[in-house]
Design a protein around this ligand. Sequence first.
Ligand SMILES: [Zn+2]
Length: 208
Amino acid sequence: MHPVSSLIVCHACDLVQRLERPDAPARLRCARCRAELWRRSGARRDQALALCATALLLLGPSLSYPLMSMSLEDATRATTLPGAASALFLQGYPVLGSLVLVTAILVPLVQLLALSYVLASLAWRASAPGAQALLRLLALLRPWAMSEVFLLGALVALVKLAGLAQVLPGIALACYAAFMVVLAALAWVAPPEQVWAWIEEAGWPARS
Ligand SMILES: [Zn+2]
């Protein structure tokens, strides 16, 4: 197959350039700012499926166990990740609570379920109605997945609160940190171009 040439706009600096997309694992960068424009990892799709399953397994305890506990005098309070979002709602910060709920829980969960559905269908050579629409949805959701921002915020809160009370990180914080690492690995193994390559290899209808 010959390399496909196409015009592409850099998402970082808006430079319009013509790229020749190779038919092999590669990474193409912007000619001006070196931002990554296109990447095919060459990984196997079962590696991506295993990472999806690991991330989903880690998300369970991340949501159900305490994120951190705080002791002040004789009182001890612990909160879970969904509990932290609902506490923001109850304390009059509905926008902040919604952002935590959407960016730290819902968007990563929908992304993982959608990608797992496509990869599992490819692995079992089953038809997957709506798979291409789901992949487009993944592209739309990508900017809204911010697990690393949430984790950074939680760690900053942990350090700040440590001066006021005894604060202990919970199991969920460790699980969520591992979840974030697995998501980063998944993003490396299964960039959009690689997922489309797996789909083309499987002989699914070409993207329209
Ligand atoms: Zn650029």
